[in-house]
Every structure is written in structure tokens, then in C-alpha cells.
Design a binder for this molecule. Structure first.
Ligand code: UD1
Ligand code: CA
Length: 447
């Protein structure tokens, strides 16, 4: 495959998002939009990825941290101006340049590859990635002449009613011969409704120079969705979510109700795991095979081994790692803890900053008291320990292997291996107490 470089346009204001966060950093399926775009470019084989930043550029530069080359567009005067700002980064380069806006997160690397192949195979000077949509509002329209050849791209706000009726639109993605592009680009102007330098104007300029420009349409138009608003963001979330759900089902995972199951793009799940409704698996989570998860489970940035039972109503917070065959039951929260093979935390518990061995049994209502108001402390529970129901383990504390904790204990010091710890008030029974109190009351009333 022909070599090419990638250029991402990420400097714009993203005004329609009405957000303090720069648009390229808004997540879709748990991953910032810019990462989807940069990732697709890298996977499609781009030899370099250059990102133009401007509005909120420091944040984007910091986020990308060495994963792409950064160039600055200090004033955001339009998409054409953004490409001009990146020009010096491609000095002396004469191959193909693939331009992708940062707000098209659903594009696959396959579609990008196909575009580059179309361009190199046909020896065109530019190839536009277009798509045919039912509602073309706000997109630039691909205008063709009577022979069907591309004549221009006309932006929605500059278009006549006749042009607005065209349903083939510009996705914003182009493959250009780099030299040709940077020769023609300085000729664009701000003579349009928005007073901006449009990249799209370079198309008519190139055609007037007798250069060859083609448009190839995406097979699946959902890939070309551009995110300008929160409503479009939610559509992207839906489409990306559907893709992920399909991917995990195709890899052998059962989703009882895909409509109420949310799995971030970066999550991995082993085969024969069954996920029940109203479950969210987010961030960099990794789930083993043959687990039962849900209903109503929320897992974020955690690892779950094979054959685990999680739920209903469980919450695994970042930094949690469960070995194989662990049970985490109803109304249990586990935070930044490791849990060894076969251990059970079946009901109503909080386990935080804990290192738990294998085959531990945690009674209902057990709480690790990990926070003293200033710092977090660690609880260690060794293999085979049995913690009676409604116990408090006040960290830092260690429960040795095979130790027993009596129900209702508040454990504040280490429990040796194999010992029984009873840390609660001893029960005292006062015989005949009720009758005595009643007699005392009656004699008072008589007086
Ligand atoms: C753009 C296209 C339109 C296309 C649509 C597809 C132009 C003029 N219009 O419109 O034909 O149908 O995308 O989604 O290109 N940007 C900069 N610097 C700027 C301005 C924008 O880097 O000065 C970046 C933005 O951050 C964004 C991308 O360019 O990632 C596109 O800008 P946006 O304002 O979203 O363009 P659209 O109006 O969507
Ligand atoms: Ca856009």
C-alpha cells in the first residue's frame, strides 16, 4: 500500500458543544474523540500523524503527549487556514496527505485505507470522502457537473435551495497530493457567509487548474457522522456502543439485553461470559471468560478473572483486580483492592485498599475502614480467613490466614493466623428485668 501522512484538524472552537472542554477531548464510548481519530490513522498505516491545535490546544497537546506531532493554529480562521498552518510540517514532502477532522470519531481505519487506495490507484490529485445522507443539513454539499464529475464543495450556509437538495455531502476527510494541495491552498479566500478560509474551497480551485478531483462515498454513512453538538455526540455514542456490543457478542459473550448494556470501546471480555441487563463496563476493564455479570452492575478500570459472579447491584471501582471464581454480590463496593481466587464478598460490603487472599469469606455487612480522615490505609486479609457478618476492619490491620473474626467485631489490631478474634462487648442477660421494671412503674402510678 502507498505511503501517506495524516493531518488531524483539532483547533476549532467547537462552539455548538457549549462546553469548557475542547471538543476533541469529549469522550465517545469512554475514549476522547481525538484518540479515535488518531488511532484510526495509525492503524490505517499513516507514516506520520500531525495534529493542528488551537482552541484549548494546551490540553490537547498534553493529552496526546508524544503520540502525535503538534502544530499550532493560533487564530482559528477556518479549516483551510488550519491546513495552511500545518504546511511547514510537510515541507519537502510530496506524497499523499490524508486530512481528517477531529470530530469524526466513527471512521474506521479500513475506510481511511480505502480512500488512500482510491487516490493512489486512480492517480487523482484529490479524493474526497463523501457520504449520502437523508438529512444533509449543515454538511458541505458535493456538487457535480452534468457528466457526474465533481465540480465543487459548497457549504450549507452558502448554498442555494437547489444545492441544499443534494444529499451527497463532504465528510471533511480528504486525500490530497501534498504538493498540489499546498500550491492551490493559498488561493482560498474568506469571501463566504462565515468569513472563514474554507478547506473545501480548494476543490473548485484545483478543478479550475485542470487537476483531477474525485469523490468516493462511504459505504456505511454512519461512519461519517460529524460531532458538532451534544445531540450528535449522543448519536455517536449509540453507534459506537452498537459496534462494541456486536463485537463482544461475535467474540462469544452473551448480552441478555444489548439495549441496557454499555461497554466502553477499550474493554475486553472473555467468551461465555453472560451479561445481564443494566450493566456498565467502563474504562480499561478486562473481564475473563465464563463470568456472570449483572443485573445492575457498574465496573470501571478493573480486572475480573474467569468464572466470577458479579451482581446484582455491585460496583467495582478503579484499581480492583479479582482472581478467578470470585463472588461479589449485591450492594457490594470494591475499590482499589485485589481479591484472591475463590473468595466471596456476597452482600452489603465495602472493601477498599485491601489485599485479600484466596478462599476468604466475607460476612454480610463487613466494612474495611480505610480512611482516617487524612490518609487511606491498607487492610490485609490472608488466605482462608473467615470474617463474621457486620464486622469493621479498621485499617491498617491484618487478618492472618485461616483466622476467624466473630460477628459484629470492630477489629483494630492484627489477628494472628488461625486465631479467633472477638472484638465486641460481651453479652449480659439480666433475669427478670422486665417484670421488675413493670412493677416499679405500677407502684409509681398508684401514688
Ligand atoms: C466541515 C466542512 C464541511 C463538512 C463537515 C463534515 C469546511 C469549511 N466544512 O464543516 O464541508 O461537511 O466538516 O463534518 O471545512 N478546525 C480547525 N481550525 C479552524 C476551524 C476548524 O482546526 O479554524 C477544525 C475543527 O476543530 C474541526 C474541523 O476543523 O475538528 C471541522 O471544523 P467544523 O467547524 O466542525 O466544520 P463543519 O462546520 O462541521
Ligand atoms: Ca464538524
Amino acid at each position: 500500500m502507498a505511503s501517506f501522512v495524516g493531518l488531524v484538524l483539532a483547533a476549532g472552537h467547537g462552539k455548538r458543544m457549549k462546553s469548557a472542554l475542547p471538543k476533541p477531548l469529549h469522550p465517545v464510548a469512554g475514549i476522547p474523540m481525538i484518540d479515535h481519530v488518531v488511532g484510526s490513522l495509525v492503524r490505517s498505516g499513516a507514516s506520520r500523524v500531525v495534529v493542528v491545535v488551537g482552541h484549548g490546544g494546551e490540553l490537547i497537546e498534553e493529552h496526546l503527549a508524544g503520540r502525535a506531532e503538534i502544530v499550532w493554529q493560533r487564530e482559528q480562521l477556518g479549516t483551510g487556514h488550519a491546513v495552511l498552518a500545518a504546511g511547514p510540517a510537510f515541507d519537502g514532502y510530496d506524497g499523499n496527505i490524508l486530512i481528517v477532522p477531529a470530530d469524526v470519531p466513527l471512521l474506521t481505519s479500513e475506510s481511511l485505507q480505502q480512500l488512500v487506495e482510491e487516490q493512489s490507484g486512480s492517480a487523482s490529485d484529490a479524493t474526497i470522502l463523501s457520504m449520502c445522507v437523508d438529512d444533509p443539513t449543515d454538511y458541505g454539499r458535493v456538487v457535480r457537473d452534468s457528466k457526474g464529475n465533481v465540480a465543487a464543495i459548497v457549504e450549507h450556509c452558502d448554498a442555494t435551495e437547489e444545492i441544499r437538495a443534494i444529499r451527497e455531502v463532504n465528510t471533511g476527510v480528504f486525500c490530497f497530493d501534498s504538493r498540489t494541495l499546498f500550491n492551490a491552498l493559498p488561493r482560498i479566500s474568506t469571501d463566504n457567509k462565515q468569513g472563514e478560509y474554507y478547506l473545501t474551497d480548494v476543490i473548485a480551485i484545483m478543478i479550475s487548474q485542470g487537476l483531477s478531483v474525485r469523490a468516493v462515498a462511504l459505504k456505511d454513512a454512519s461512519e461519517g457522522l460529524g460531532i458538532n453538538s451534544r445531540v450528535e455526540l449522543s448519536k455517536a455514542e449509540q453507534i459506537m456502543g452498537d459496534r462494541k456490543r456486536r463485537e463482544v457478542m461475535e467474540s462469544g459473550v452473551t448480552l441478555i439485553d444489548p439495549a441496557t448494556t454499555f461497554i466502553d470501546a477499550s474493554v475486553e471480555i472473555g467468551s461465555d461470559t453472560v451479561i445481564m441487563p443494566f450493566t456498565i463496563i467502563a474504562g480499561n476493564s478486562k473481564i475473563g471468560g465464563s463470568c456472570n455479570i449483572g443485573p445492575y452492575v457498574y465496573i470501571r478500570d478493573s480486572e475480573v478473572g474467569s468464572g466470577c459472579n458479579i451482581g446484582p447491584f455491585s460496583y467495582l471501582r478503579p484499581g480492583t483486580s479479582l482472581a478467578d471464581r470470585v463472588k461479589v454480590g449485591d450492594f457490594v463496593e470494591v475499590k482499589k483492592s485485589t481479591v484472591g481466587e475463590g473468595s466471596k464478598i456476597p452482600h452489603l460490603s465495602y472493601i477498599g485498599d485491601t489485599v485479600m487472599g484466596s478462599h476468604v469469606n466475607i460476612g454480610a455487612g463487613t466494612i474495611t475502614c480505610n480512611y482516617d480522615g487524612e490518609t487511606k490505609h491498607t487492610t490485609i486479609i490472608e488466605d482462608g480467613a473467615f470474617v463474621g457478618a457486620n464486622s469493621n476492619l479498621v485499617a491498617p490491620v491484618k487478618v492472618g490466614s485461616d483466622a476467624y473474626i466473630a460477628t459484629g467485631s470492630t477489629v483494630t489490631s492484627h489477628v494472628p493466623a488461625g486465631a479467633l478474634a472477638i472484638a465486641r462487648a460481651r453479652q449480659e442477660n439480666k433475669d427478670g428485668w422486665v417484670a421488675k421494671r413493670r412493677a416499679a412503674r405500677l407502684s409509681k402510678e398508684e401514688k
